[in-house]
Each structure stands twice: as structure tokens, then as C-alpha cells.
Design a protein around this ligand. Structure first.
Ligand code: ADP
Ligand code: ASP
Ligand code: MG
Length: 820
């Protein structure tokens, strides 16, 4: 025979009840079945909340109505679809249940508290009604059913709210029922009865345990747990979308996974089925044909040596420190025996005898009780200061990895901790399971999702991940997306996952936290209606924490540049091709850097100067290794490099500008290049980088344009008027030529830090002499590089090189350098 347990989501509505009935019928064709049912989704939580509200004297009318409505709706919708369905009879049962519930609630209200026996009775009503409805459906389909009343048959040992089952006694009781051979069995999960015959429950999520118990009592050949996911995954698939399905795991591994938080199974489920060697299948109710996960004695799956990453939330940690305690072992024994007398779950223990200190974790809900117990137990020691006052830290989580034989796989432990440090997560305590099948770290609740995602990423996927939000999809931004698309596979081979989670322009924001498909991002973007705001990006990662999120700014927007420090403080690295942030006032310039240090994030802007040329990175390396800039000369504008190169060949200024504009080397209005302001901005960034605390206004600029030309916004008029300057430039070019020189538009930082942007005539010996055609050159005369300067030279404009520069900055956000 086979037992089948259906969880809350599998029974959430009428359609699912009928679907579950079909699954059961399919099984009944081949063998006898025992069915265990949970309450429909939400019901147990609602009942718990009704009790809590009553104790607080809050109104429970609407919660009560909502809960009753879940059942009435199921009846109403099953009725027309199921012949012979006893609709009226069930309606009466439900009404009576809620009349009874109201009476209990009145009592709790009067008392101002809820005794555990009443609490247990109330929170399991959903299970009882599920069985009543399913029984009616199966009987209506002419199946022979015996209902097992768990209060009478399953002997619970423990408290009203958290009992274990005595399997031997329960088996005897079931056997004495003499259930006819041709009958199938139906039982409410979650419930048992104590020695006095009173109802007890098996702890939240306890229906899985009921299924394991019934399987053992009936000597089932298989136990099937039907739920809302395809089986057991390497991590909670609702939190880690790329969690991997395990086809099979051993009892030991399943036990460890569920103990440390894999909610798909109640932690007590495995023990009984392992004892009787009953294989257990975890199946998805929505996909009955999918294989699921098999739990058995021998794990056949060799693919993943680590089975899973799990987490437990809302944990509290007690530190007990006893500098005056002579016998630590005795003290430890007293701590744990006093707590365990009260049936409290001690999840994890760490001890340091040299420090006379013991730390342990318990569910946070039990803090008051444990504190009370320990204060009683150690009353005298506390009074005489042999023990320090207990230090209790709340709002913690435990993250664990489960793997067999961890002892022989030290790299797994190393990866676990390096993942936590990669995600910048502080570990408060560590414990290795005595079975050496698990290792756990205690961290803050607020870090838990990032922690499991990072640990999972590093253990099961690539070692490193980048999650990009790209703002600005003009020339550079869209080229960057093409480069991402082409390089994704290459990076994957180097253990780097590149995920594009957001793409935006000034109007639209396309977000997909699982990653936007780059092949046709444009078609998704065009259909997207979500209006762009930076807050939406920040909210997205609050809701769905990421491991290594990066904002890329490929706009020229000033307002956006003022958001960088805000982004950094919310956990993003910032990579920008936009010069605005680095050229506004020094206060903001410094604020971004302070935020980057405080939040351990990177702020990268190498394309601000020389596009793809590695200027800032090199400069920082030099300065970090003790070099000092003496002076600097450079051609920092691709368009002006091109225009001055053309002048040298005898082409007029207006024609040269026209040519530069045609091949896309200039700003939309070439006036912006010729004004020299763009070069001045780059020079300002360089000067600040080497430590000069200056503002843009401190830079002396030789404007190529007279005032009359400077304020012409219309491009055509400007280009026409530019001709007026041709003859003046012609004369200057010729004059320089006579001296064996050429004109170049140069940015200079002199020995005292004064900055200047001007037309300079340079001779053959100058590194700037041969630079034209849009190339940039940067000559650094420094303590280490003199008299011959360090020269960086190459194209300083163009979408491809600039996007590539942004791309290299992006890869610098990774903690490890990309390997070859
Ligand atoms: P049911 O109502 O069927 O008992 P539960 O909600 O109790 O279902 O358990 C199923 C849920 O367990 C899944 O929806 C999933 O979010 C969660 N879960 C946590 N860890 C894991 C894991 N490692 N594998 C599968 N599911 C997991
Ligand atoms: N309905 C109970 C709960 O929600 C038991 C279960 O679903 O397993 O905790
Ligand atoms: Mg469950």
C-alpha cells in the first residue's frame, strides 16, 4: 500500500480538491492508499491569528468570515461539478464548526489568554474539515473509505502544541480497528491524542510527520508527500530561482535539510520512515507526471556533493558567560537539562571552555520562557556574580549547508565562508554538525536572503555573479548590451554569471530579477509600460535581494548622477560613463567616495577620461604604489583630436568640424566640443584624482569660439557661422608650421596643480605631436616616469571602445579578477 499526503496549497480551492481526488483515484486503481490531508492554504495561519487577535482584544469578525468563506466557497464550487455531493450536510458541518469556534473565542476573550489545549483544538480545525470534504468527494465516487480519527489512534507524547508519536502503540490501535481490506484510509494530518485522550497537535507543518507515522503504522511500501514544488531543491526555490531539483537524497540528508529549515518537510518526518526503510517521494500536485525527489536509504544522485543550502529565520542566541564557574561541564549540563525539560528546541550550540562561555540558539518565540527557566536555575550564581547577566541577541537566522562527509571536502566549508564574506555578511557563530553532514553560520535576519543566494550561487553555479541595472540605452548603452550578449558565454566559462536585471531610459524601466534575455531585449523594452524611477530599482532589490548588484549609468543626466551615493548606500556598486558626478562640487564628489568606503561598494568611472583607455585605474595604481604626478599634458577630446589633425592637413576649421560631426565624433551640437568645456571636465577629474581639491571654475579655458558663436543653440546656424573662424585658424596653423610645429588642443596640469585647457603648438619631440584622427593621448610626468613620461594613447571616443571601458569597470566590481 501507499500513503499520500496533500499539503495546504494542494487543497487551496475547489478545483484543487477535485484534482487531488483524481490523483487519489488514479492510485486506487493499482493499490490501496492511505490519505493524509492538511488544512487548505491560509486556514491554519488564519486560525492562529484569530487567537492572537482575541487575546489582544482586537476584532476577529473579518478573519473569522474570511476563514469560513474559504470552506463555503469550496463546497459551492465542488457541488455543481461532483454528482452526489452532500452539499447541505457539509454546509451544516462547517456552520457548526464555526459556531463552536466562536464559543471558544468568547472564552479566550473572557480569560484574556488561550490555554494550550484550546489553542491546539482550534488551529487544527482546517484539517478536520479537509477530511470531511474529501471523504464526501471520494464516497460520491463510490470509493470505500475508512476515516482514522488521529485523536483516538495516534498516541501523542509531549505537549498540546508539539507532540511526538508513539508508533508501537499507535500501530496496535490501528490494527485493532480491523479496517476492511478493500477500504482506503483517510486521516487528518497534524493531529494526535495524548494519554488522556485529549487532542494534541504535532507542531506547525506537522502533517508531513503524520504521513510518515501512518506509513509506518500501516507498513506502507511508499510514502508520497504531495506539495507545491517539484521536489526537494538545493535551496528554497521560492527564494533562489535557480535552485536545482534533487532527483534523490538519502534519509540522513533529508533529515539534515529539514532540520535546518527546508520547509518542504517537517523535521520529524524522516525518522519513522527511515526506521522502517520506507521510500518517500516528494511530488508536485500540479504536475503529477513529474518524477519528484526520492528519499531512500542509499542516495543514488552523485551530481551534487552539496545537497542544499537552508535557512531558519527568527532565531535568538543566548551567550552564557561564567568566569566564576569552576566546572564548565556541569554548568552546560544544567543549562540544557533545564531548557529541554520544557521541550524547547535548541537548534545549535557552540562552546568555548577557555572563555567559560557557552552560546546556543533557540526559536525567538521561546526567549521569554528560556530566560525565565535559566534565571531560576542559576539564581544563586547570578546573584553571586559567578555568571554574567545573560546576553541575548534576537532577530537572527541560521544559514546551513548540507553535504555528506564534509570532513573530506574542506573546499566546501571554505566556499561557504568565502561566500558569506563576499556578500559582506558578518557571522556571529559557527557550528559543524556532529555527523559532519552540515555546517551552519548564525547571521542577522536581514541578511538571510542575500546569504542563501550568494552561498547557493557559489556552491552550485559560477563562482562570481554580476547583476546589472543599465540606465541609458543610447549609443554607448545599446553597444554595451550587444557586448554583454556576445560575452556572456565567454564569461560563464570563466565562472562569471552576468545577469541583466534592469534596462532603462529616461521614460521606461524594464526589470526582470531573473535576468532579461539579451537577444531581443528591445522587443521586451518596447512593450514595457513601467515608468522609470530610481526608487523602483532600489525597491526591487529590497524585495528581491541580489548578490552583486551594479548600476551602470550611460546617460549624461545630472539628476541621475546625484543619486549615486543613494544607490551605494542601498548596496549597489556604481559604474558610470557620465562625467557629471565627478565634475560637480567637491562636497558631492567626496560624499560618493565616503559612501563607497562605508558600504564597501565600488564607484568606477574609468570611461570619464579617454573612453576605453585604462586611465583612472592606471593612475590609481601608480599613486597607490607611491608615485607622484609632477605635471600632465594630454589630448583628452576625440573630436578635437580629429579636428586639429585635419587642420594640420590644410582643411578649414568649419570643414574639419563638419567631417568630425559626420563620422559621429562630436556631440550633437559641435559647439559643445569646441567650447573646451568637455576637456576641462576631464582635466578636473584627473586633477581631483591626483589629489587637487579644485572646482571646474578654477580651470582656465581657452574657448575656441568667440561670444557671438557660443550661444547659438541651432546646429545648422552654428555650422554656417563657424566659417567666420576659418581664416583665423588658417593663420595660426600656418604660423605653427613655419616653426615646425602643429596645433593641438591640450589639457595641462602644471607642477603647482594649476589646470589649463588651451591650443598649444607642439614640436616633433612632444608626445602629442603625432596624435590625431580622434586618438587621445595622456602624458604623465611623474616621480617615477621622468624625463620620459608614461604615455597612454589610443581612441578616446566611439561607442565600441567606451562601452568596452564600461564593461571592464563592471568586471572590476567582482572580488576576484577574471581569470584567463
Ligand atoms: P505544504 O503546504 O504542501 O506542506 P509547505 O509550504 O509546507 O507545503 O512546503 C513546501 C514549500 O517548502 C515550498 O513551496 C518551498 O517554498 C519550501 N521549501 C523550502 N526549502 C525547500 C527546498 N529545499 N526544496 C523544496 N522546497 C523548499
Ligand atoms: N496545517 C498545519 C500548518 O499549517 C499543518 C500542516 O500543514 O502540515 O502548520
Ligand atoms: Mg508543509
Amino acid at each position: 500500500m501507499r500513503t499520500l499526503k496533500f499539503g495546504g496549497t494542494s487543497l487551496a480551492n475547489a478545483e484543487r480538491f477535485l484534482h487531488v481526488a483524481n490523483i487519489i483515484e488514479n492510485k486506487i486503481k493499482y493499490e490501496k492508499v492511505g490519505i493524509i490531508l492538511s488544512a487548505p492554504a491560509k486556514v491554519t495561519n488564519n486560525l492562529v491569528n484569530i487567537i492572537k487577535k482575541t487575546i489582544k482584544n482586537d476584532n476577529t469578525e473579518s478573519s473569522m468570515h474570511e476563514t469560513k468563506h474559504i470552506f463555503l466557497k469550496i463546497l459551492e464550487q465542488v457541488n455543481p461539478l461532483q454528482n452526489n455531493f452532500p452539499y447541505e450536510k457539509l454546509k451544516t458541518i462547517i456552520n457548526n464548526e464555526f459556531i463552536e469556534l466562536k464559543k471558544n473565542i468568547c472564552g479566550i476573550n473572557l480569560l484574556g489568554q488561550c490555554p494550550d489545549n484550546i489553542y491546539a483544538k482550534i488551529i487544527c480545525r482546517g484539517e478536520i474539515l479537509s477530511v470531511a470534504i474529501m471523504n464526501a468527494i471520494l464516497q460520491a465516487r463510490n470509493h470505500k473509505i475508512t476515516i482514522i480519527n488521529p485523536v483516538k489512534t495516534l498516541l501523542g507524547i509531549g505537549t498540546y502544541l508539539d507532540s511526538k508519536i508513539d508508533i508501537i502503540e499507535s500501530t496496535k490501535r490501528i490494527e485493532s480497528m480491523n479496517i476492511p481490506k478493500n477500504h482506503n484510509i483517510l486521516m487528518s494530518g497534524f493531529i494526535a491524542g495524548n494519554k488522556k485522550g485529549e487532542l494534541v497537535v504535532l507542531g506547525r507543518n506537522g502533517s508531513d510527520y503524520s504521513a510518515a507515522i501512518l506509513s509506518s503504522c500501516l507498513h506502507a511500501d511508499y510514502c508520497e508527500i504531495w506539495t507545491d514544488v517539484d521536489g526537494i531543491y538545493t535551496c528554497d526555490p521560492k527564494q533562489v530561482p535557480d535552485a536545482k531539483l534533487l532527483t534523490s537524497i538519502s534519509y540522513q540528508e533529508a533529515m539534515e535539510l529539514s532540520y535546518f529549515g527546508a520547509k518542504v518537510l517537517h523535521p520529524r518526518t524522516i525518522e519513522p520512515i527511515a526506521k522502517f526503510n520506507i521510500p518517500c517521494l516528494i511530488k508536485n500536485t500540479s504536475k503529477p507526471d513529474a518524477k519528484g525527489t526520492l528519499i531512500c536509504a542509499q542516495n543514488k544522485e552523485k551530481k551534487h556533493s552539496v545537497k542544499g543550502v537552508t535557512y531558519l529565520n527568527d532565531i535568538a542566541m543566548f551567550h552564557i558567560i561564567g568566569p566564576g564557574m569552576k566546572d564548565m561541564m556541569k554548568m552546560i549540563a544544567r543549562v540544557f537539562s533545564s531548557i529541554s525539560r520544557d521541550n524547547i528546541w535548541i537548534i545549535l550550540i557552540t562552546q568555548s571552555s577557555s572563555e567559560h562561555r557557552i552560546s546556543f540558539c533557540i526559536p525567538q518565540k521561546d526567549v521569554v520562557r528560556v530566560e525565565y527557566i535559566l534565571k531560576n536555575e542559576f539564581y544563586l550564581e547570578l546573584k553571586n556574580r559567578l555568571l554574567k547577566p545573560f546576553n541575548i541577541i534576537k532577530k537572527l537566522s541560521i544559514v546551513s549547508i548540507v553535504s555528506t562527509n564534509m570532513k573530506n571536502k574542506p573546499h566546501i566549508t571554505a566556499s561557504f565562508f568565502s561566500a558569506l564574506s563576499y556578500a559582506n555578511i558578518n557571522t556571529l557563530a559557527v557550528a559543524q554538525g556532529s555527523s559532519e553532514n552540515s555546517i551552519s553560520a548564525v547571521i542577522k535576519n536581514s541578511n538571510v536572503i542575500t546569504a542563501i543566494r550568494t552561498v547557493h550561487q557559489i556552491l552550485f553555479n559560477s563562482n562570481q555573479i554580476i547583476e546589472v541595472f543599465l540606465i541609458g540605452i543610447g549609443g554607448i548603452g545599446s553597444t554595451l548590451l550587444q557586448q554583454f550578449y556576445r560575452q556572456k558565454k565567454w564569461l560563464k566559462e570563466k565562472q562569471i554569471d552576468l545577469k541583466i536585471c534592469g534596462i532603462a531610459n529616461s521614460k521606461t524601466l524594464l526589470i526582470n530579477m531573473k535576468g532579461i534575455k539579451l537577444k531581443n531585449w528591445n522587443s521586451y523594452f518596447e512593450k514595457e509600460k513601467n515608468f522609470f524611477t530610481t526608487t523602483k530599482i532600489i525597491n526591487a532589490i529590497k524585495k528581491h535581494p541580489l548578490i552583486n548588484p551594479v548600476i551602470i549609468d550611460c546617460t549624461a543626466d545630472t539628476l541621475l548622477s546625484y543619486q549615486y551615493s543613494h544607490f551605494i548606500s542601498h548596496g549597489f556598486h556604481v559604474v558610470t560613463a557620465n562625467k557629471k558626478a565627478n565634475t560637480t562640487d567637491l562636497t558631492y564628489y567626496k560624499k560618493i567616495r565616503t559612501a563607497a568606503i562605508q558600504f564597501k561598494k565600488k564607484f568606477l568611472y574609468d570611461t570619464n577620461i579617454g573612453a576605453g583607455l585604462p586611465v583612472i585605474d592606471n593612475l590609481q595604481n601608480l599613486l597607490n604604489s607611491g608615485d607622484k604626478l609632477i605635471h600632465f599634458r594630454g589630448i583628452l577630446s576625440g573630436s578635437l583630436s580629429f579636428i586639429f589633425g585635419q587642420l594640420e592637413e590644410g582643411i578649414t576649421l568649419s570643414q574639419a568640424t563638419e567631417n568630425a560631426k559626420e563620422i559621429g565624433f562630436t556631440e550633437p551640437n559641435p559647439r559643445d566640443d569646441l567650447s573646451g568645456i568637455d576637456v576641462a571636465r576631464k582635466l578636473l577629474i584627473l586633477a581631483r584624482e591626483v589629489g587637487y581639491q579644485i572646482e571646474l571654475k578654477d580651470i582656465k579655458i581657452e574657448n575656441l569660439l568667440p561670444d557671438t558663436l557660443q550661444n547659438i543653440p541651432d546646429i545648422k546656424t552654428f555650422m554656417r557661422k563657424l566659417k567666420e573662424l576659418d581664416s583665423i585658424f588658417d593663420i595660426r596653423v600656418k604660423k605653427a608650421k613655419i616653426e615646425g610645429k602643429v596645433l593641438r588642443f591640450v589639457g595641462i596640469i602644471n607642477k603647482t596643480g594649476q589646470c589649463e585647457v588651451k591650443i598649444d603648438s607642439v614640436d616633433k619631440n612632444d608626445p602629442l605631436y603625432n596624435v590625431k584622427n580622434g586618438e587621445n593621448v595622456l602624458a604623465f610626468y611623474s616621480k617615477y616616469y621622468q624625463p620620459i613620461p608614461l604615455v597612454l594613447r589610443g581612441y578616446g571616443a566611439g561607442n565600441n571602445v567606451t562601452a568596452a571601458g564600461v564593461f571592464s569597470d563592471l568586471l572590476r566590481t567582482l572580488p576576484c579578477k577574471v581569470g584567463v
